[in-house]
Design a protein around this ligand. Sequence first.
Ligand code: ZN
Length: 139
Amino acid sequence: MVAVGPALVYSMMQASMSLVLVRYYCPACGYPGLAWPAYARLGRPPWYHPGPPPYDRWYGDPSYQVCPCCGFEPGNDDDAWSGAVLPLSFEQYLRMWVRSGGAWLDESLKPGGWILAQQLRDAGIMLDPNAYNPGKCRD
Ligand SMILES: [Zn+2]
């Protein structure tokens, strides 16, 4: 067995930490593959949203980046600036998407064996189990 000094342990920790990928999660469905943060100050999940939409007042500028999974668009789906839609909370959007069948906006990015319930759990998103049928969303 090779003795490992504190300096080496520290450098190994640094090396392994640098391998951790920065993930940006969709605040509606928990999809972890967004290219940028959905909002400037959203941070990492789990989230405890301080109030109702629009969320830019809590989290800063929205990215307007459409989620390839659920199609949520930060700054649009949670805001009524256009006057054409009602501002939706993340949970309201998620429920509507699930009720409409939960189809991916971009099926080409859908991982094999993807399960919505797992994605939600990984992002710390709670959804009332009575609000949808998890089996329906399995692929
Ligand atoms: Zn999403």
